[in-house]
Design a protein. Sequence first.
Length: 399
Amino acid sequence: MNSSPTINFIINNPKLNPILKTIAQKVLANERISEEEGLLLFEQGELGYLGALANHIREKKHGNHTYFNRNFHVEPTNICLYTCTFCSYSRLIKKREEGWEYTLNEIMDIIKQYDEKPVTEVHIVGGVLPQYDVPFYTELFKTIRQHRPELHIKALTPVEYHYIFKKAKISYEEGMQQMLEAGLDSMPGGGAEIFHPEIRDQIAGGKCTGEQWLRIHEIWHKLGKRSNATMLYGHIEEFKHRIHHLEALRQLQDKTGGFQTFIPLKFRNQNNEMSHVQESTVIEDLRNYAISRIYLDNFDHIKAYWPMIGRTTAQMSLAFGVDDIDGTIDDTTKIYSMAGAEEQNPALSTEELVKMIRLVGRKPIERDTLYNIVKDYTDIVFESDKVFKGYVSLPVVKP
Ligand code: SF4
């Protein structure tokens, strides 16, 4: 598991660009890289070089541990009054009858379907509509809390919070305090897109700004709570916008330490206003994971959202800085499948997910939302493993 020789080999390559050499030395010495160096990684870092650096950091932080959790998603509505050009939800506002708008009781009916299942988290996000306001969400969180006290409520992004607090004429501080008191446990990382206004105004104009997104997370962290962060990449942004985004997150993390995980989200081009924009390649996806891991030295985890990129790329990402591949979600989430994600029916049993991780030589660890270990599946034998299939599995050889 010692990846230092690979980095030393890279450093000793006489043909390596001297700045890339300096970056590799910094990674080996556990030092932070600058914005200029981050930009150079995007512009010139080759896949093998980036993978070696990112994997070194990943294994230093987590060894072979690869985390997942058992959660389910609830989307109160798939209709939205904002007009983000990359999103398939906004298109439905003109033909509302084609979408769904769940009442509180309907949402609770969905949640109750999981009563007997060993899930630890409910993840709630969806479109923005006026009836989903502060009283609605505080009531919802309280009802979930009452119904199943141990279920972790991870819900809503600054996009929703900014909208509902403004409508209620309350400050962010007051609003987040009310959410905390109602039972909110943590915030997911969505709505970040690309912070830089040059891009944000074009793809997500009208909703909260990058500064507002960061401010709401900061307030939440100051209440002693945790959240995640994302970046929607691979559309019309340039590498400098990605670095601007990562730098803003790194700075806030220095201040609060409240982020747990960074999740790069690949732009998908189906059923939205950006169908003409080419999607990023698998190579670019892996480069992006690796650079995120190298740049965000103060983030514990980098997550690949497997329904979005597909199982094979998710497996590869584990060698490019990723240590978490999200959960055993079922098809209650439509956000990504509507946008053309790899997995149109993203369901994966715990057994399938565990095997997917083991196949690439990593250790599957079930975690709760806050990364407490729920179960180590490294040596768990499933019933299906005991059945003779007419062949003997060969051991996985790690390069
Ligand atoms: S990305 Fe979010 S805010 Fe934008 S249209 Fe889609 S659901 Fe609405």
